[in-house]
Design a binder for this molecule. Structure first.
Ligand code: ZN
Length: 680
C-alpha cells in the first residue's frame, strides 16, 4: 500500500488571499520562505511553531528522534541505486575541495547537477524517476576530479584516479545506464527494468515465486519489506536490513539515538513503541515490526511523534520493499480539531458511501486523525515531502488496531506561502468566478481533501474474504488505484452538506472550488511536471488523471465537463457539479470493486485507458504556457536544525534554528551523517 500524498492542486495554484488568510495564524515575524532554486526545483524553508513551548523533556525527545532520523539518511541513497553513495561522495568532495574557477558556466552546471542529486537522493528524478546527467562534459568532470582533494574520493584499493574517473563515466554520464529508478510500464519485467537496489540479478517472476511461498493467511507480516533480494549459488536469498545485516552501520546509529530518546518518552505507550522499534531494528523480524506498529498506533496521547523505518513501497515497482524514511513531529492542537471532526464521522461516511454494500466496512476502526507540525524529515520524506501520511501500511494491522492519519500543517502552510504570485491559477483556471472561488476557498478545500483522503479515504472499504492483498492481485497498478480510491472518497464527500453540518466548511462553494482545482489539475496543469514525449508514470499523477479523465469521458453525453479552447489555450470548465459528484461516486464504487475482488484486468484497463496516456499536443501547449510563468514545478525543504544548549554536560535547552542554504545543509549532512561504506 502507498499512503503518501503529494502537494495538491489548490495549494499549488492558490493566490495571495490564501497567503493572507494563513499568515495570521502562525506568523508574526518575517521569515524568508524561499532558498535556492535550480533546474525544475525550488527549495523552501519551514518553521516549527510551538517548539519553544514544549517541556525540556519533550524537546530532548524531539532532538534524539531527529538525530535518529538523520542517522538513516544514507540508506535512502543506497536503496534508490547501488551507485548513489559512490556518486554522492565524489561530487561532495568536488563541491567542497575543488580548487579551480568557480565562476564558469561549467561549474554552474556542476552545481546544478549536485543540487539535483541531493534533492532526488540519487541520480534519478525524484518524481519522474528518469535518470538525469550533468549538462557539462565528461572531460570537465575529469578536470574537476583532478583538481580536488585526492584523498576525499572513494577509490577502490589500488585504483588510480584515472581509472576511478573512467569507472564513473557510464554511471554519471550515460543516460542509458540505469535509465529508470522504478519502471512501471505494462507487460515488461518491472523488477529488471527498475534500477533501484532492492533486487539484483533476479527476475520479477523469480521474486514473485519466492514470496508466493511465504504464509499469507491470517495476520501475516508484509513479507519482503526490509530486505534486498539477490541470488546466491543459483538460489534467491534475502539480505535483511538490520543491525548486523545490510545497512547495519547506519541502523546502529539509528538505534543509538532511539535508545537515547526512550527515557524521555511522554508515556508508557510511547516508550513501549520505541522499545519495540529498537527490537525490530535488532532482529529484522517483520513480526516485530508489526508489534511495533500496533504499539505505535496505540500511542495517541503524546505530543511528540515519530515515523521511523522502512515504510513506503513506492520505489519498488512491485510494491514490496520499504524505503527508509523518518518524520519527527509535534501535534498541531488547533488544526487537529478540524481533522478530528471528520474522523469522528468515519462510520457515517462509510455507511453513506456509494460502495456496494459488501465492500463497506461494517465497523471502521480507530482512525486517529491529527494535524502535525513537522520538526525533522529524512530519508524518502526529504527534501521532497508528503503533506499527508496514513500509517501503518499493513492491512491487517489497520483493520484490527486502526491507523494514524496526519496532515503536515506547517509544510502545507509553507507551500501556500510560496505559491503567492506564482500566476498558475491565473493561467490555467477558466473564468473570473472560478478563480475568485479558488482564491477564497482553495486553501481550505485542499486541507479538507487531504484530511479526507488520508483519514477516511484509505481507511474505507474492505477486501472480499479469500482475496489476497492488492499488491498481489493488482500488482503494479495497486498504488495508483489505491490513491485514486482515496481521492475519490475525498471528492465525493467534499460536495456533501454533511461537512457543513459538522462545521468544517461554511458552504458547498468549498466543494466546487475543489472540483475546479482537481479537474483542472488532473487534465491540464499537472502536465507541467512532464516533458515532451512523456506519458504518466507516478502513481499520484496517474490517479488524478484517471479520476478526471474518466469523469470527463463518462460525462460527455451530459456535457458535465467541457474542454474550452480560447486563443489557442485549453481550459476545463465544469457545467454540472452535482453530476460530477455522481460520476466520482460511480468510479469510487468501481475501483473499490476492483480492489475488493482483486480484478487485475479491470484495474489495468482503468489505469492504462485513462491514467497513463498524455495528448502530446496538449502537453506542448501546457509546457509553453507554464514556461512563461517562470515557476518551478517541484518544491522541497531545508530542515530546521535542533541545537542543544549545554551547561557542563547537561542539556538545559534545545533551540530550533533555521538554516538558509540547502547546499550548506547537504554538505553538513554528508559530513555528519555518513554511516554506510561505499560498495564498489
Ligand atoms: Zn494516499
Amino acid at each position: 500500500m502507498k499512503l503518501k500524498l503529494f502537494a495538491l492542486s489548490a495549494a499549488l495554484v492558490a493566490g495571495n488571499s490564501i497567503v493572507e488568510a494563513q499568515t495570521t495564524k502562525t506568523q508574526t515575524q518575517p521569515f524568508n520562505i524561499t532558498a535556492e532554486s535550480f533546474a525544475d526545483l525550488q527549495i523552501l524553508r519551514y518553521q516549527v511553531p510551538g517548539f519553544e513551548e514544549l517541556s525540556l523533556n519533550q524537546k530532548k525527545l524531539a532532538y534524539y528522534l531527529s538525530e535518529a532520523a538523520l542517522a538513516g539518511r544514507d540508506i535512502i541513497y543506497d536503496q534508490k541505486g547501488k551507485y548513489n553513495l559512490l556518486v554522492r561522495k565524489t561530487i561532495e568532495n568536488i563541491y567542497t575541495t575543488y580548487k579551480g574557477d568557480k565562476t564558469s558556466k561549467d561549474w554552474n552546471n556542476f552545481k546544478i547537477y549536485t543540487g539535483r542529486f541531493w534533492f532526488s537522493n540519487g541520480f534519478h528524478h525524484h518524481y519522474g524517476n528518469d535518470k538525469f546527467v550533468p549538462a557539462h562534459s565528461f572531460e570537465y568532470f575529469s578536470q574537476l576530479v583532478k583538481n580536488s582533494a585526492p584523498t576525499g574520493f572513494p577509490l577502490n584499493k589500488g585504483e588510480t584516479l584515472n581509472a576511478f574517473i573512467q569507472r564513473l563515466k557510464p554511471i554519471i554520464f550515460d543516460p542509458s545506464f540505469q535509465p529508470k529508478m522504478v519502471n512501471q510500464a505494462p507487460d515488461i519485467d518491472n523488477v529488471k527494468a527498475s534500477s533501484n537496489n532492492f533486487y539484483e540479478g533476479v527476475t520479477q517472476k523469480e521474486v514473485e515465486d519466492f514470496y508466493a511461498k511465504f504464509e499469507t493467511k491470517g495476520n501475516a507480516p508484509s513479507w519482503g519489506l526490509n530486505s534486498k533480494v539477490l541470488k546466491q549459488n543459483g538460489k534467491l536469498v534475502e539480505k535483511t536490513w538490520k543491525i548486523g545485516g545490510m545497512y547495519g552501520p547506519a541502523i546502529e546509529k539509528i538505534v543509538f539515538w532511539l535508545e537515547k530518546a526512550i527515557p524521555f518518552a511522554e508515556n508508557a505507550q510511547q516508550k513501549d513503541a520505541l522499545q519495540k522499534l529498537v527490537k525490530y531494528y535488532r532482529s529484522g523480524y517483520l513480526k516485530d515490526f508489526d508489534e511495533y506498529n500496533i504499539a505505535w498506533v496505540a500511542d495517541t496521547a503524546s505530543r511528540i511523534d515519530v515515523v521511523n523505518g522502512f515504510i513506503e513501497v513506492y520505489n519498488d515497482a512491485i510494491g514490496k520493499k520499504g524505503s527508509f524514511e523518518s518524520v519527527v513531529s509535534l501535534k498541531d492542537l488547533e488544526a487537529t480539531k478540524r481533522i478530528q471532526a471528520i474522523a469522528k464521522q468515519a462510520q457515517w461516511f462509510e455507511d453513506n458511501s456509494p460502495l456496494m454494500p459488501a465492500h463497506k466496512k461494517k465497523e471502521v476502526k480507530g482512525i486517529t486523525a491529527k494535524a502535525i507540525t513537522v520538526i525533522m524529515e529524512s530519508g524518502d520524506a526529504a527534501p521532497s515531502t508528503p503533506i499527508g501520511i496514513n500509517l501503518p501500511n499493513s492491512d491487517w494491522v489497520r483493520k484490527e488496531h486502526g491507523s494514524k492519519s496526519v496532515s503536515l500543517s506547517n509544510i502545507i502552510h509553507a507551500y501556500n506561502l510560496s505559491s503567492s504570485n506564482s500566476g498558475s491559477l491565473n493561467e490555467f483556471a477558466y473564468g473570473d468566478d472560478v478563480k475568485a472561488r479558488i482564491i477564497k476557498y482553495g486553501a481550505l478545500s485542499s486541507d479538507l481533501h487531504t484530511d479526507m483522503h488520508e483519514c477516511i479515504g484509505h481507511a474505507s472499504g474492505q477486501i472480499n474474504p479469500g482475496i489476497e492483498t492488492p499488491d498481489k492481485t493488482l500488482k503494479n497498478y495497486a498504488s495508483a488505484l489505491e490513491e485514486a480510491r482515496a481521492d475519490l472518497v475525498a471528492l465525493y464527500y467534499i460536495m456533501d452538506p454533511k461537512l457543513v453540518e459538522i462545521g468544517v466548511m461554511p458552504n458547498l462553494e468549498v466543494g466546487k472550488a475543489e472540483y475546479d482545482s482537481y479537474i483542472m489539475n488532473g487534465l491540464i496543469s499537472q502536465l507541467t511536471r512532464l516533458k515532451l514525449g512523456d506519458n504518466l508514470e507516478e502513481a499520484h499523477m496517474r490517479n488524478r488523471q484517471l479520476n478526471a479523465m474518466w469523469a470527463y469521458q463518462m460525462g460527455k453525453k451530459d456535457n458535465v465537463i467541457e474542454l474550452v479552447k480560447e486563443n489557442g489555450k485549453t481550459y476545463t470548465k465544469i457545467n454540472d457539479y452535482n453530476k460530477l459528484r455522481d460520476l466520482f461516486g460511480q468510479l469510487l464504487r468501481e475501483i473499490q470493486r476492483v480492489k475488493s475482488e482483486g480484478d487485475f484486468e479491470a484495474g489495468k484497463n482503468l489505469i492504462e485507458n485513462y491514467g497513463v496516456k498524455v495528448d502530446q499536443a496538449l502537453l506542448k501547449e501546457v509546457l509553453d504556457r507554464y514556461a512563461k510563468l517562470n515557476v518551478k514545478a517541484y518544491k522541497g525543504f531545508i530542515q530546521p536544525k535542533l541545537v542543544p544548549v549545554l551547561k557542563g554536560n547537561d542539556i538545559i535547552d534545545i533551540k530550533v534554528t533555521y538554516p538558509d542554504s540547502f547546499y550548506k545543509q547537504m554538505v553538513e549532512y554528508g559530513k555528519n551523517y555518513s554511516f554506510l561504506p561505499v560498495m564498489n
